[in-house]
Write a protein that binds this ligand. Structure first.
Ligand code: SF4
Length: 255
């Protein structure tokens, strides 16, 4: 069935267009890395929670101080909340974030032996963690070959694709989905892409969204995807994204 609002296109034609998008993005970003600095699953979990509504650069400037003071889940679980608030203040929403990372650490210690569980169902039960954060961990685990974590995304283990603000915008501009809700976008992308592409595809979209397909000033005239992007003729603001515009409701998958 055609997606409401998107240009008419068969599923086969969309897959073919996506394979060209993949080809261009792979050539531009052959080996994309997780932009949040980390030395362990725990550090990436905390950094990802802190990255909500905040740039990765600010998080990367903040976390070295936080982890120098509280290097383990045990240390952060026992931390004084006000001290944590002061350390994470630059990332914004610092009270909620401090509470989330301390609570999350307490649960890791109490329920998972101080380890970040390599399990989607367990991860999304942790405070401050939704599908986006959990998928960041699974993407890093695959790319960085974390021991004890799945490296093969083909298994039906509940993992999926990181859908952040950049992936949401680009997937919609590229007419790969008509959805606004991150979990619905994730389902559409998972349906189009083989599991082996999931981790790096979202990273490539994130980098491309920062460099070319910017939120307010998309650089369509110089964009290497303009030939396969239905939004290029609208300067990046196609009718299916502007018509009847409303905010997507906040869901756990935004986290
Ligand atoms: S053509 Fe424009 S809207 Fe499409 S991906 Fe490129 S910059 Fe974004």
């Amino acid at each position: 069935m055609a997606d409401p609002g998107l240009p008419r296109e068969s599923r086969e034609a969309r897959r073919k267009r996506l394979s060209e998008i993949l080809r261009v993005l792979k050539a531009r970003y052959p080996d994309p890395q997780i932009p949040l600095h980390h030395r362990s699953p725990f550090e990436l979990l905390v950094a990802t929670i802190l990255s909500a509504q905040c740039t990765d650069e600010t998080v990367n400037r903040t976390t070295p101080h936080l982890f120098a003071r509280f290097p383990t889940p045990e240390a952060l679980a026992a931390a004084d909340l006000q001290e944590v608030e002061a350390l994470v203040r630059p990332t914004g929403f610092f009270r909620q974030k401090a509470r989330a990372i301390v609570e999350c650490s307490r649960r890791l210690v109490a329920e998972h032996g101080g380890q970040v569980p390599p399990d989607m169902q367990a991860l999304v039960k942790l405070p401050g963690v939704g599908r986006k954060t959990a998928n960041v961990l699974f993407a890093a685990a695959e790319i960085e070959r974390w021991p004890g974590w799945p490296h093969d995304r083909g298994k039906p283990d509940g993992t999926g694709i990181v859908v952040d603000t950049h992936v949401t915008r680009l997937a919609r501009r590229l007419a790969l989905t008509a959805q606004e809700d991150p979990e619905a976008i994730e389902r559409d992308l998972m349906d189009l892409l083989p599991p082996g592409e999931w981790s790096r595809f979202s990273l490539r979209l994130i980098y491309f969204g920062r460099e070319v397909c910017l939120a307010r000033t998309p650089r369509c005239s110089v964009c290497p995807l303009r030939r396969v992007c239905p939004s290029s003729r609208y300067g990046g603001f196609p009718p299916w994204m502007t018509r009847g515009r409303r905010r997507a409701p906040a869901t756990r998958s935004n986290r």
